[in-house]
Design a protein around this ligand. Structure first.
Ligand SMILES: Nc1ncnc2c1ncn2[C@@H]1O[C@H](COP(=O)(O)OP(=O)(O)O)[C@@H](O)[C@H]1O
Ligand SMILES: [Mg+2]
Length: 259
């Protein structure tokens, strides 16, 4: 495997007495695409949020690139400057886009460059336009989110995440809120990113797409990784009965080649 860019060791997270992540360790290679599958409530979103430190783990450690933070007893309290530096290494894309409604597409993409990176507006604008071009939306730059389709909004959100030049992109059900006819345009942007060598962790229910685009599929249940491996092994020949019954619900989708 290539250089390991994300290393998660013995990650634990509880909310009250609910152990949502029980002991997760994962190593992801640079340029790899990993898909997290598993039933609702198995901890997929919490794991992504812990990689990004939107959620602070209770124990274990997370390394992205050169930056590593350990959590739990015996560790120093993490400073907020450390958290923001760490977060800047990852780009997160959410199911519900989370665009700024009062900014048009190009302003949404520029926002982090101007406010966080303190880049001059003209330079940030040029970079944002290049990114909108990359996701096929250069001609929608001055549209406000209200006047974009769901698929277009999600592509703007992807461009906005890319603007910060993250080492890793984390996509949490990026197509789950979209009308079926808009799913393909977003998947094709994700596929392009994969082909361009972007390291990504995806949560998706598009099983056919996951099989196609992923190097590794991780199946989670009750806060644990229960299966992990190449997509044709985990998706086509799962070991555990629970994985088989989960996948059976998607069997029609998993036979299609994906968008
Ligand atoms: N901020 C939170 N406070 C309390 N419980 C939470 C919080 N976030 C997630 N959970 C709980 O953790 C469990 C796993 O959630 P999640 O990571 O969203 O699972 P998934 O993405 O696999 O559906 C769920 O039972 C959820 O209700
Ligand atoms: Mg989730």
């Amino acid at each position: 495997m290539s250089e390991t860019i994300i290393e998660i060791r013995n990650l634990k997270k509880s909310f009250g007495d609910h152990h949502v992540l029980r002991d997760i360790s994962l190593s992801l290679g640079k340029g790899s695409v990993t898909t997290l599958l598993g039933p609702s409530g198995s901890g997929k979103s919490t794991l992504l949020r812990c990689i990004n430190l939107l959620t602070i783990p209770d124990a274990g450690s997370v390394r992205v690139g050169e930056r590593e933070i350990a959590f739990g007893a015996g560790q120093l309290r993490v400073r907020s400057s450390q958290l923001s530096a760490f977060r800047a290494t990852t780009g997160m894309v959410f199911q519900h886009f989370n665009l700024f409604p009062h900014m048009n597409a190009v302003e949404n993409v520029m926002e982090g460059l101007v406010t966080v990176r303190k880049e001059p507006k003209a330079i940030a604008h040029d970079k944002a336009m290049a990114l909108l071009e990359r996701v096929g939306l250069a001609d929608r730059a001055s549209r406000y989110p209200d006047n974009l389709s769901g698929g277009q909004k999600q592509r703007v959100a992807i461009a906005r995440a890319l603007a910060m030049e993250p080492a890793v992109m984390l996509l949490d059900e990026a197509t789950s809120a979209l009308d079926p006819e808009l799913v393909g345009e977003v998947l094709s942007v994700i596929r392009q990113l994969a082909e361009a060598g972007m390291t990504m962790v995806l949560v998706t229910h598009e099983i056919g797409f996951a099989r196609d685009v992923s190097d590794t599929v991780v199946f989670m249940r009750d806060g644990l990784v229960v299966e992990k491996g190449a997509p044709d092994i985990v998706i086509d020949n799962p070991v555990e009965a629970a994985t088989r019954s989960f996948l059976a619900r998607f069997s029609a989708a998993s036979r299609s080649p994906g968008a």
